[in-house]
Design a binder for this molecule. Structure first.
Ligand SMILES: *Cc1c(COP(=O)(O)O)cnc(C)c1O
Length: 384
């Protein structure tokens, strides 16, 4: 990641692959006999696409789900062998690459199915398609009323094998679950009409929240993402399984100063000291994906205690008010994860900044090096 002859700033995201395995295993036993497609789009929610893909394959994931062709291709180039479904919408020019990388393809309309079939014929290949039915998300997929025509067309498509049929839930992480249950019922109705036409197709609709909260949503396979990384689908959501947070984001104190009562901190002076206080600076900011929305809202851990982020988060630095506490240059700072008895979860940060835990970890970008832990050993991505 860095030239070996320089010493980078000590900011790193540590990815605990044993925790990932733990989360996968408890989820897998919870849903058995349903299969599990582990969803690892967007750099595995910030945790490292290839490292997490390899680990999940090793743990026994039935298949992987990604958003885009390029994510699936990267996994294949890294040697991942299990089936991979690209969940997102496709562009016609991409289709031949699905065959080249042996990726399952989402057919979300009659037109797209036609283009897939034509491209497969042209390439002399068989396309593996999952038919996408929209039961209420209103994103991609044919409406439930049109499902029958799509299935009918798919069995006539001579160069396509229909390996799956799926839908996606809009409201599985909220109370009440009425909307999600309505979508599950709509999907079930579609299946009752078409199942015999596509006997080999695996039916799936459940994201993390539905997998754990709506038993009848599991069908043949579930598609969890966020819970694999140890985070709740929405802040505070009660879950029936014990998860371990996979990402730990840490840095170190780079500066210490005492400021007088009334002094403003950072751009815009959005925070002022109510009394004389101690401020430490951490070399990490929104340029790393610790977003400006967290300004004056989130906390960090130093010497096992929680302290507030004060003033606006800068591109490369942020400031923390430690009050009367001690801190020295070089002290470890935990932004996500545990230190001593204290813990900060992605879920807590999400709640404080009005987003979802998925976004908190996914935002941590490539400027922050990832370090992987497995069986007590520290590994680079290439060694996982
Ligand atoms: C992202 C995604 C998932 C996983 O969602 P989580 O809430 O992270 O479990 C499942 N299916 C589709 C189609 C998705 O886009």
């Amino acid at each position: 990641m860095h030239d070996s002859d320089i010493t980078p700033r000590p900011t790193v995201a540590t990815i605990d692959l044993d925790a990932l395995e733990h989360n996968f295993s408890v989820l897998k036993s919870f849903v058995t006999p349903a299969k599990v497609m582990a969803v690892i789009k967007a750099n595995a929610y910030g945790h490292g696409l290839v490292a997490c893909g390899r680990q999940l394959e090793r743990c026994g994931a039935d298949c992987l789900g990604v958003a885009f062709l390029e994510e699936g291709a990267a996994l294949r180039k890294a040697g991942v062998k299990i089936p991979i479904l690209v969940l997102g919408g496709i562009f016609e020019g991409q289709i031949p690459h699905f065959f080249a990388f042996d990726l399952d393809i989402t057919a979300s309309s009659l037109d797209k199915l036609g283009a897939i079939n034509a491209a497969a014929a042209h390439a002399g290949k068989r396309a593996k398609v999952h038919l996408k039915i929209d039961t209420g998300m209103n994103r991609i997929g044919v409406r439930a009323e049109s499902a029958y025509s799509l299935v009918e067309a798919s069995i006539k498509a001579a160069h396509c094998d229909v390996v799956g049929i799926f839908s996606h839930l809009a409201n599985a992480d909220e109370e009440p679950l009425d909307d999600a249950r309505r979508q599950v019922a709509a999907f079930k109705k579609v299946l009752s009409e078409v199942r015999e036409m596509i006997p080999d197709a695996v039916a799936h609709i459940a994201n993390s929240a539905a997998t754990l909260r709506i038993e009848e949503s599991r069908f043949d396979m579930v598609r969890p993402g966020v819970v694999l990384f140890g985070n709740e689908p929405s802040p505070g959501l009660r879950l029936p399984i014990e998860l371990r947070q996979v990402m730990k984001l840490e840095s170190h104190v780079v500066y210490f100063k005492v400021i007088p009562k009334g002094a403003g901190v950072s751009y815009g002076h959005s925070w002022r000291a109510k009394k004389q206080t101690r401020i430490v600076t951490i070399p990490l900011g929104y340029g790393d994906g610790y977003t400006r929305h967290y300004s004056n809202k989130t906390f960090v851990l130093i010497r096992g205690k929680r302290h507030p982020v004060v003033g606006n988060v800068c591109m490369d630095q942020l400031m923390v008010d430690i009050g009367e506490a001690q801190a020295h240059n070089g002290d470890e700072v935990v932004l996500i994860g545990s230190q001593g008895q204290e813990k900060i979860t992605a879920s807590e940060i999400a709640e404080l900044s009005a987003t979802v835990p998925h976004e908190v970890t996914t935002a941590i970008n490539q400027r922050v090096p990832r370090r992987y832990l497995r069986g007590g050993k520290v590994l680079l991505e290439s060694e996982v």
